[in-house]
Design a protein around this ligand. Sequence first.
Ligand code: TMP
Length: 207
Amino acid sequence: MRNGFFITFEGIDGSGKTTQSRLLATLLRDYGHDVIHTREPGGSDGAEDIRRLLVEGDAGRWSAETEILLFTAARRDHLERTIQPAIAAGKVVISDRFADSTRVYQGAARAELRSTVDQLHDLMIGREPDLTFIVDMDPETALTRGLARQSGEDRFEDMGLAFQIKLRAGFLDLAAQFPDRCHVINGDQSPASVSGEIQTVVEQWLS
Ligand code: TMP
C-alpha cells in the first residue's frame, strides 16, 4: 500500500470541495489508511489564528500583497506542524485548499501577482501535492450556496460574482499548467456522482 501522500482539494467558494474532501477521507480510512483531514487557511493552531484575520471583516481589509504574506505565513506553520510530520509518519494528508488557492485568488483573480506568489512559495513552502482535485462549478450557483451558509467567513464571497468568474477561469488555467497532478471534476452534479469520479481517479492513482 502506498503510504505518506498528500492530496488537495481546490475550487471556487461554495463548490462543494469541503464535503468531497471529507468523503474521500472516509473512503481512504475504509481502505486502511491513516488519514488526516485538514484545511487552509488553518490546519494548525497558529494558522487558525491567522485564518480569522483573512476570512472575516471587510473585503478591502487587506491588499492582495498583504494577503500573500498572511496566507504564506499560515501555510508555513501548517506545513511545519501538521503536514510534514504526518507525511513523514506514513499518513495520508487531505487538505481543503493549499498553495493553488494563493496562485489563483491572490496571483490571478485579485491582482496579477503570480510571479510574486511563485517566488514566495519557492522560498518558504517548496512542496506540491501529489494529487489535486479542482471541483469546477457554475460560479453563480456556487456563490448563492456559499453566501446562504452565513458562516461569517464571507470576505472573499463579498468580492462578488465577477470575482468568482475570474477565479473559476484561474483554476482551469492552473489545471492546464499542472496536468500531472490536477484533475478537474464537474461539481454541477450530485455529490454522489462527484465523489464517484474522485474515487475512480484515486483508485487508478493508488494502483
Ligand atoms: P474556505 O472557505 O475554503 O475555508 O477558504 C477561505 C477563503 O480564503 C476562501 O474564500 C478562499 C480564500 N483563500 C485565498 O484567498 N487564498 C488562499 O491561499 C487560501 C488558502 C484561501
